[in-house]
Write a protein that binds this ligand. Structure first.
Ligand code: PMP
Length: 464
């Protein structure tokens, strides 16, 4: 895969096959499909950060399976681990039975965890999606506390099954699907750029913490003692919003003082993504439950919760699932965890991420339409704003979803796959693999800058 981005290498047969596949997908797949709508790519080969479409175009992949591919596509250690399982004759499906492969995965995972959790923690293997692990965390804390309610945050994303959806902050999902209000108290996440208190900075985060504490303290505050508080250290789908470390420590203090278990959803932030192996390490907080998925399966489906053993009071079968024993995912996951750790790829994510952030901030200085650039490690967001609109009372312009969609399209034309997110889909998100090279990082920034320039210069009305 050495040809230049966008260069056509496919045969006309392959090209036609790709067109047919896209057409059939549009005819046959659900209206609920997502990435496929804005990314008309038919991936046929992929290696590292490069994806090749059926039309022969090559893309630098900054979506990475929605943040799953810590080592990029088809990393040799992952392929080797999968081949080893296949060649060994081990069962590929094992329910929740003990196997050497699972034992090795659990050991490798525990080696990475905060020591208090690793030494005295428990692991529950879940159905292989982040959302099922979120359900397990909610169920576990409800059973252990005998309480129902949940404290969750504005902008949160925890998944698409009903408990996880109730915790998610998206009010555009129909209430009957999300069971909104089912014991969830929504608290403001510290979002510096659009601070709900209009102050931003440390003050905004402090006010958010005060509100949480006062609701729990106030017997007439309308909030019953909840089963848990659940949060993301860096909100991903919510628009790449890193929580300040001091705010996280306050949340830990407040929940501990009120005997409320703290669930940290590290589905997207885990395995080096934010510049620490686990995002909780930045602030040093110790959650009661950690929800883990995406990168822990080394690109194959795997999801677990890890929690303090005192919570382990649920009964056998309290959380079940046929696909809790995916041996290939565990082997691929073990290889990934080990490789990230041995090569300190979280440090690499920190270094490259900081460089990319500073470069993007330089770009923002020249583009009014870039309202904010933020992130942690290799979880980066560029919030695009509508410069023709009126700023709000605190000076922030509204997010520009149309412009973000155009930037995504212009990026694709230039051989760059980016994701969109944020409250109003106005945030361009970069989630490159931790193995990204300096040259690739530069190419990403060049292509994104050119895409922003092209989209910004596009006449209004050329909407996506
Ligand atoms: N939690 C977080 C923080 C996530 O980012 C996601 C997925 N984007 C989920 C939970 C749900 O994971 P899944 O899509 O595998 O159900």
């Amino acid at each position: 895969m050495s040809s230049a981005p966008g260069q056509l290498t496919a045969s006309s047969d392959e090209f036609a096959a790709g067109e047919g596949i896209l057409r059939r997908q549009a005819q046959r797949e659900s209206a609920a499909r997502t990435y496929a709508r804005s990314l008309p790519v038919v991936p046929v080969r992929a290696r590292g950060m490069t994806v090749e479409g059926a039309d022969g175009r090559r893309y630098l992949d900054c979506l990475s399976g929605a943040g799953t591919l810590a080592l990029g596509h088809n990393h040799p250690v992952v392929l080797e681990a999968i081949r080893k399982v296949l060649d060994s004759g081990a069962p590929l499906h094992a329910l929740d039975l003990a196997t050497p492969i699972k034992d090795a995965f659990t050991t490798a995972l525990f080696e990475t965890l905060p020591s208090e959790l690793a030494d005295r923690g428990r692991i529950q293997f879940c159905g292989p999606a982040g959302t099922d692990a979120v359900e397990a965390a909610l169920k576990l804390t409800r059973i252990a506390t005998g309480r129902r309610g949940l404290l969750a945050f504005s902008g949160a994303y925890h998944g698409m099954t009903s408990g996880a959806l109730a915790a998610t902050g998206d009010t555009t999902v129909p209430a009957e699907a999300a069971e909104f209000g089912l014991g969830v108290t929504r608290l403001p996440f510290p979002y510096d750029y659009r601070c709900p208190f209009g102050t931003g900075g440390d003050r905004g985060a402090e006010l958010s913490a005060r509100l949480a504490a006062s609701l729990l303290d106030d017997p007439k505050g309308g909030v019953r003692s909840p089963a848990a508080m659940m949060l993301e250290v860096v909100q991903g789908e919510g628009g790449v919003i890193p929580a300040p470390d001091s705010w996280l420590r306050r949340m830990r203090e407040i929940t501990a003082a009120h005997d409320v278990p703290l669930i940290v959803d590290e589905v997207q932030t885990g395995v080096g993504r934010t510049g620490a192996f686990w995002a909780v390490e930045h602030s040093g907080i110790l959650p009661d439950v950690m929800v883990l998925s995406k990168a822990i399966g080394g690109s194959l489906p795997l999801a677990v919760i890890v929690y303090r053993e005192e919570l382990d009071v649920w009964r056998p079968g309290a959380h079940a699932g046929t696909f809790r024993g995916n041996q290939m995912a565990m082997a691929a996951g073990t290889a990934t965890l080990r490789f990230v750790r041995q090569n300190a790829l979280h440090e690499r994510a920190q270094t490259v991420g900081a460089r990319m952030l500073s470069n993007l901030r330089g770009l923002a200085a020249h583009h009014e339409c870039i309202g904010d650039v933020r992130g942690r490690g290799l979880m980066i967001g560029v919030e695009l704003v509508d410069t023709d609109a009126q700023p709000d009372d605190y000076g922030a312009l509204p997010a520009d979803a149309r412009l973000a969609a155009l930037v995504q399209q212009e990026s694709l034309k230039r051989g760059l796959i980016v994701e969109l997110g944020g409250r109003h889909a106005g945030v361009v998100r970069l989630l490159p693999p931790l193995t990204i090279t300096d040259e690739q990082a530069e190419a990403v920034l060049d292509r994104l800058a050119a895409a922003i320039e092209a989209a910004r210069c596009a006449p209004r009305g050329a909407a996506a």
